[in-house]
Write a protein that binds this ligand. Structure first.
Ligand code: WQD
Length: 330
């Protein structure tokens, strides 16, 4: 089977490409490299000893994307490509709506034109907003608090309406919780340029003294230690969930949470990181960050039952692998 992976040079996309190649799939990556680096292709080759065909196209360029579908016999698509910085989406909403929606509509139009009916979509737990209770189940109410999250919800709605109009589509929506960690080889991982928005990349930059101190956004939440609680999942568990989604025999429109089902506080993660890597992470408690929720963790029961999804990496692995990647690539 030939799988088109959009955004396949990115953090989760590249880990998924490795798993797909190891499972014997043929992979094509389309990525505009706006938020990723082309040397990821060499690293994928080093890990798997397999090559992938790469198109440096922007999904917003319909003509280019159409030529790719005309050239390649695509069997299924895994759609990661999209802008994903919450704070940037608040500052530049039009850029997020234009990029994330227009690119997806182009992709789906090409899929219809060339009769490619299987898609796995990278969604996010952010579509749940502030959950009414915990753990979060897939049938919980959906609401978003920032343009990035709203683009994810709008794309879910587009996919839902597309399926209603044409139920020959086979659509899987995967709602990620908080992906962290890196490939054991130290060749793939998350190392955003500049000041990271997300917690783990920030912790790593403080541990390597690239940044002076971590600001912990609030310690007055109703949680175990007052700091925010999240469901951190190893990126390698998350990536393998995409292979399971492709293999899933159930047809139609399916939605799954990909999380561990465990909540961990910010402070607990910082302490675990220090212990596992024998480093100190300087931090200070500051005010809450706008839009943050107190606690968020998944029920992954449906993914376990229907996909056979079973996370195998623990928090120590996530902390060790995150640090190892940045140390190996300094
Ligand atoms: C986690 C916790 C912060 C940074 C977002 C998106 C979600 C997904 C993952 C893309 C919170 C605290 C963070 C810092 C801190 N992204 N924190 N200091 O907000 O749960 O989810 O990223 O798909 O869609 O919404 O992740 O890592 O930003 O924050 O104290 O410097 O860490 O307050 O409690 P979040 P995060």
């Amino acid at each position: 089977m030939k799988i088109l992976v959009t955004g396949g040079c990115g953090f989760i996309g590249s880990h998924t490409v490795v798993d797909l190649l190891n499972e014997g799939y043929e992979v094509i990556i389309v990525d505009n490299l706006v938020n990723s680096k082309i040397d990821v292709l060499d690293k994928i080759k080093k890990i798997t000893n397999k090559s992938v065909k790469f198109y440096q196209y922007d999904l917003c360029d319909y003509t280019k994307l159409d030529s790719l579908f005309k050239e390649e016999e695509i069997d299924a698509v895994i759609h990661f490509a999209g802008l994903k910085a919450v704070s940037e989406s608040v500052e530049k909403p039009l850029m997020y709506y234009e990029n994330n929606l227009y690119s997806t509509i182009n992709l789906l139009k090409c899929m219809m034109k060339y009769n490619v009916k299987k898609i796995v979509f990278s969604s996010s737990a952010t579509v749940y907003g502030s959950p009414k209770s915990l753990p979060i189940y897939e049938d919980f109410p959906l609401s978003t608090t920032n343009p990035y999250g709203t683009t994810k919800l709008m794309i879910e709605n587009i996919l839902t309406d597309l399926y209603k109009a044409d139920n020959s589509f086979d659509i899987t929506i995967l709602r990620y919780f908080n992906p962290i960690g890196a490939h054991k080889s130290g060749l793939l991982g998350e190392d955003p340029n500049g000041i990271p928005n997300n917690l783990m990349p920030y912790i790593v930059k403080v541990a390597t003294h690239e940044l002076p101190i971590l600001s912990i956004f609030g310690d007055d939440y109703d949680t175990v230690d007052g700091t925010g609680v999240r469901d951190f999942i190893h990126v390698c568990d998350l990536s393998y969930g995409h292979v399971l989604a492709l293999k899933n025999k159930k047809e139609g429109l399916k939605i799954y949470n990909l999380g561990t089902g465990q909540g961990t506080s910010v402070l607990e993660l910082v302490k675990m990181f220090e212990k596992v890597n024998n480093v100190e992470v300087n931090y200070k408690i500051v005010g809450r960050r706008d839009g943050d929720i107190a606690s968020c963790y998944a029920s992954n029961k449906k993914a376990q039952e229907e996909l056979g999804f079973k996370p195998k990496y623990n928090l120590e692995d996530m902390c060790r692998d995150s640090y190892n990647f940045v140390k190996s690539n300094r």
